[in-house]
Design a protein around this ligand. Structure first.
Ligand code: GUN
Length: 283
């Protein structure tokens, strides 16, 4: 049986670290502030936004939620972003994705001030990640790197295979692993011989969005398996990895729930702290 990488415990350690720094800022009368924009009432998005707000208040940060109706116009949404960009009590702005189809996600991301872009989705921040000179790292890939470090898993020289090429997870994940000297392969829906490539992975990251997509025959014995999936095929949360079978083959694995999910929120808190420090002239 594989070692279970405990995202709850590791994320708590990150939050404890962030909370200590927030307390120091509070003594200087600085309260990091996060604004979360949510459009419509997608149940999964509502759950994520609730968790983000609770994490802020537990760490002594200010947060506010802007809940906009499903049919909000692009102009109204951009006007809100502009207003939040100009407020000094708001250090971080996050617009929960995906947005309803009639809205242009790209122009909303572009409208968020790069200094307040705690998701690191703005092209300026994405570009900085490419060259390895960044303030913010995208929360999910950053959380995965943090988990690997906390579990004493060194990626240097390893073959890391990332399944999924999204801007939120797959692409930045590959880049962060590359920065740490991994040899990285990105697989996607058009990849030929997917199972064969996955079987070559020392570290396999599944960010596909399909329940139990990674089966035991796709995993090299002794590999590390990171499951980014959040699927609810029968209303029950499960990952992209067939946990019961894969955990018999691999050396370490992240569970769902209790794996990558809590890390994402902890890294968002870290980014909000970094934003507040930068905006107040603290390194
Ligand atoms: N939707 C799913 N994951 C994320 C995330 O990390 N940030 C935002 N803004 N939306 C998401």
């Amino acid at each position: 049986m594989a070692q279970i990488i405990d995202g709850k415990a590791i994320s708590q350690a990150v939050k404890d670290r962030v909370g200590k720094e927030v307390a120091e800022l509070n003594e200087k009368r600085i309260t990091p502030g996060l604004a979360v924009i949510i459009v419509g009432a997608d149940p999964a998005s509502l759950v994520y936004v609730g968790s983000k707000k609770r994490a802020c208040s537990a760490l002594g940060m200010y947060s506010e939620e802007h809940s906009l109706p499903e049919n909000v116009s692009q102009e109204e949404l951009l006007a809100l972003v502009e207003c939040l960009n100009n407020r000094s009590d708001i250090n971080g702005i996050l617009c929960q994705l995906p947005l309803p189809k009639h809205l242009d996600e790209k122009s909303v991301i572009n409208a968020i001030s790069p200094e307040k872009d705690v998701d690191a989705f703005h092209p300026a921040n994405v570009g900085r990640i490419m060259i390895g000179d960044y303030d913010f790292l995208p929360c999910t890939p950053a959380g995965i790197m943090e988990m690997l470090v906390a579990s004493n898993i060194d990626v240097s020289g390893k073959h890391c295979v990332v399944i999924g090429r999204s801007n939120i997870v797959g692409k930045p994940m590959a880049m962060l692993m590359l920065h740490k000297n991994a040899t990285v392969t990105i697989c996607h829906s058009k990849t030929k011989n997917l199972s064969e490539i996955c079987r070559q992975a020392d570290i396999l990251v599944a960010a596909v969005g399909r329940a139990r997509f990674v089966t035991a025959d796709m995993v090299k014995p002794g590999a590390v398996v990171i499951d980014v999936g959040m699927n609810r095929p029968d209303g029950i949360l499960c990952g992209d990895v067939d946990f019961d079978e894969v955990s018999k083959v691999c050396s370490s694995i992240t569970p769902v729930p209790g794996g990558v999910g809590p890390m994402t929120i902890a890294m968002l808190m870290q980014n909000t702290l970094t934003a507040a420090k930068r905006q107040n002239g603290i390194v």
